[in-house]
Design a protein around this ligand. Structure first.
Ligand SMILES: *Cc1c(COP(=O)(O)O)cnc(C)c1O
Length: 401
């Protein structure tokens, strides 16, 4: 087993060797610009791009013409939210979203507010679940888009999008979902779920960083979204700029592999995750599971360890790569992270927010690694609790009885 053990697959994933192999020829041998229509270099590149578009579409049950390549989920989310906002200037149009979105949705929503739109946050329950009935109640004549994260990047909760989609469709409101954590991991069928816009990114599914896609139902993106860039006519003029051919080929191959292997992979990871969870719960008390007990990504485990600081726990397990909350929230010029707004939104008390750890398992996680991480966590939590007068005081009585 190689140390440190990587168990932060929600932050990013390594590129699958098969993905890298598919990409490699497109750097040197087949380097053409897919917009070059006058020679075989261009045709070859264009063919590779269209092949990849088909692979992405197949993963989602979409039509290839409904797939637009972007630089990742951040850009796709910006295109969906700002793109819709720009189509409704000065109309006080309304966006419905949730407090547990990724920053790449929350910040474009903030931008839309500055542009005069109204953003309404739907409530989530203690598992991070949105009630479809609450969506129905919140929709008004001014609602133009509902944006709900498919499965959360911290707590893994999977939303009831089928029910939500039925509601948005019947009201003629667009449904956007950030599926960066879901695509390639759990079944995503845009037609069955009545999704109009969907964001995904390659680097969360064993593809390269800096490439992703936006699914646009019907394929006529410019009819419902304003582009954010001006330039050439690539991607129907909706997303101009010379296409990242190796990246696109990598994204396509990553989607293809996920489509083929998803069922077996999620079964295996679910078993490993349950082994990690069960092992920790067996040996430690005062552990709290964050997120939905069953409607959860199979490779996600978010736990709070009572009487232990998450940061201290991380530091005492230097050969285990996990995170407290989302990687993307920990920046902050002031240094110290403020604690997860996702855990705050599900009503977790502050001490449990500060003691949370996110484990993310993935394609290359082994049983040996899971057992090692379990041992390290148990050992680290025990020794930190030995230093906690509060834990000692509250447990002395109990053990005496
Ligand atoms: C990683 C992630 C993003 C950002 O994706 P990039 O491709 O890094 O821009 C957006 N939303 C969610 C839910 C994510 O997990």
């Amino acid at each position: 087993m190689k140390l440190p053990v990587y168990m932060d697959y929600h932050a990013t994933t390594p590129v699958d060797p098969r993905v890298l192999a598919a990409m490699t020829p497109y750097f040197m041998e087949k380097f053409g610009n897919p917009s070059s229509r006058t020679h075989s270099f261009g045709w070859q590149a264009a063919e590779a791009v269209e092949n990849a578009r088909g692979q992405v579409a197949r993963l989602l049950g979409a039509d290839p013409k409904e797939i637009y390549f972007t630089s990742g989920a951040t850009e796709s989310n910006n295109l969906a939210i700002k793109g819709v906002a720009l189509m409704h200037p000065g109309q006080r149009a309304q966006i419905l979203t949730t407090p547990i979105e990724h920053k790449a949705v929350l910040d474009p929503c903030k931008w839309a507010e500055w542009q005069g739109m109204e953003v309404v946050f739907l409530p989530v329950d203690r598992h991070g679940m949105v009630d479809p009935a609450a969506v129905e109640e919140a929709i008004t004549e001014r609602t133009v888009i509902v944006s709900i994260i498919f499965s959360n990047n911290e707590i893994g909760t999977i939303q009831r999008l089928r029910d939500i989609g039925r509601i948005t469709r019947s009201h003629g409101v667009l449904l956007h979902t950030d599926a960066a954590q879901a695509a390639g991991k759990i079944p995503v069928d845009v037609a069955a779920l009545h999704i109009d816009l969907l964001s995904l990114t390659a680097h969360k599914m064993y593809g390269p960083k800096g490439i992703g896609a936006l699914y646009v139902r019907g394929g006529d993106a410019r009819e419902i979204l304003s582009p954010l860039l001006d330039g050439g006519g690539q991607e129907g003029g909706f997303r101009p700029g010379t296409l990242n051919v190796p990246g696109i080929v990598g994204l396509g191959e990553a989607c293809h592999i996920c489509e083929q292997e998803m069922a077996a992979e999620s079964e295996r990871l679910g078993r490993l995750r349950d082994r990690l969870q069960g092992g920790i719960f067996n040996e430690l008390d005062e552990v709290h599971l964050n997120g939905h007990p069953t409607e959860r990504l199979p490779h996600n485990l978010n736990l709070s360890f009572g009487y232990v600081e998450g940061e201290a726990l991380l530091m005492s397990m230097s050969d285990v790569a996990v995170s407290t909350g989302a990687a993307c929230n920990s920046a902050g010029a002031a240094g110290r992270s403020k604690g997860s707004y996702v855990l705050e939104a599900i009503g977790l008390p502050d001490d449990l927010i500060q003691s949370s750890i996110r484990f993310g398992l993935g394609r290359f996680t082994t049983e040996e690694e899971v057992d090692y991480v379990k041992e390290r966590v148990v050992e680290a939590v025990r020794s930190l609790r030995e230093l906690s007068p509060q834990y000692a005081a509250e447990h002395a009585n109990r053990s005496r009885r």
